[in-house]
Design a binder for this molecule. Structure first.
Ligand code: MG
Length: 366
């Protein structure tokens, strides 16, 4: 089988509401890039990449599109089913830029699944358990409104919440205290600073919240700063932005730097490296939130398949954001029921493209 054409499309996917991280990083609509890979066998694979704005990870939407236009012509004629070999080829053509490769890699896996007639979760490790819980990110806001966001999500069936902190630590302590006035026994609360604190600020936050039923996620931007906060707190700890490779997982394990990681497809470079990191975490006994930096229908399907193929004890939750965008370009996306999703059994990603939704490609190899 040969790749005959690669096309890429830009879409704006409005979110249900604008979402804000610390530092005023707000995204009202995902600026996403959808990749379509056509083959001489008549199969079409779909991929997607969507940075959360330009100031979250070292990635930005126009960079994704420029990189895809750089790589795509060099992949024409290659066999899309040989995902690992093709990934090494992409690495040989473009050093770094994992988010660029992520969209292409997801599309290759979609084709492999369709060729095999199997849903991706079978190829990624087989079905583990049934439904996978979703978590509700809580946009950075004043304390009362963050508590109100939690209450609304509880009414929609969610029991896991990720309030955004990482600003003035006194205000952040007030934010978490407000959230904890509305949480119920069994609810899970992860205070995510997205690297927004200096160590003195993070130290004040974890000191004030000692003993509270919360997790702390990525308090500071740098790994070593996070490690110093980890040593100062008994709260369960999550690392996200700092963990972008298998090598960083090994470092985390050596340093006891966190109890969980957030595994984002675009951050590590797609399903091929995410599967390797997932397997490493399973071997090491590390739990994972499986998610991405943004996106819509393809990302929702891809993370559901990877999570479904991950042992229940190792998978912590999925982010709900990609399932809830207000514009769709494919059918067959797993549906949310009671704050959880289950992978579908259709081959590959299990999606049916709504071609008219994509419009004109911004790039096509011919
Ligand atoms: Mg995070």
């Amino acid at each position: 089988m040969k790749i005959t054409r690669i096309s890429a499309y830009q879409l704006d996917l409005p979110r249900q509401a604008a979402f804000t991280l610390s530092g005023g990083r707000t995204v009202a609509a995902f600026d996403t890039t959808v990749v379509r890979v056509d083959t001489d066998a008549g199969l079409t694979g779909l991929g997607e990449v969507c940075p959360f704005g330009s100031a979250y990870l070292p990635a930005y939407a126009k960079g994704a599109r420029t990189g895809i236009a750089e790589l795509a012509p060099q992949l024409i004629g290659d066999d899309p089913r040989q995902v690992e070999a093709l990934y090494r080829r992409m690495d040989g053509l473009l050093k770094g830029h994992p988010y660029v490769k992520s969209a292409l890699d997801i599309a290759m896996w979609d084709i492999l699944g369709q060729t095999a007639g199997l849903p991706l979760y079978v190829l990624l490790g087989g079905r583990h358990g049934q439904s996978i819980p979703l978590y509700q990110p809580i946009s950075h806001d004043v304390p009362d409104r963050m508590a109100a966001q939690v209450k609304a999500a509880q009414e929609a069936g969610y029991a896991r919440f990720q309030p955004k902190v990482g600003a003035n630590p006194d205000d952040d302590i007030a934010r978490l205290r407000a959230v904890l006035t509305v949480t119920r026994p069994g609810d899970v609360v992860v205070a995510d600073a997205n690297g927004g604190w200096f160590t003195h600020q993070a130290r004040r936050f974890v000191g004030a919240m000692a003993g509270a039923p919360i997790y702390v996620e990525q308090p500071c931007a740098g790994y070593d700063e996070c490690l110093s906060i980890r040593a100062a707190s008994a709260l369960p700890f999550v690392l996200d932005e700092s963990i972008d490779s298998a090598a960083m997982v090994l470092r985390l394990q050596r340093d006891h730097a966190a109890d969980l990681i957030n595994l984002k497809l675009a951050k590590v470079g797609g399903l091929t490296p995410a599967r390797q990191i997932r397997d490493l975490c399973v071997s090491l006994g590390i739990a994972m939130t499986i998610e991405d930096s943004g996106g819509g229908d393809v990302i929702a399907a891809a993370i559901t398949h990877l999570a479904q193929a991950t042992p229940v004890a190792n998978r912590y939750a999925l982010c709900n954001a990609y399932f809830l965008v207000k514009r769709h370009f494919a059918d067959g996306v797993p549906e949310i029921r009671d704050g959880a999703v289950t992978a579908t059994d259709a081959p590959g990603l299990g999606l049916r493209l709504r071609e008219q939704e994509l419009g004109k490609p911004f790039f096509s190899t011919h």
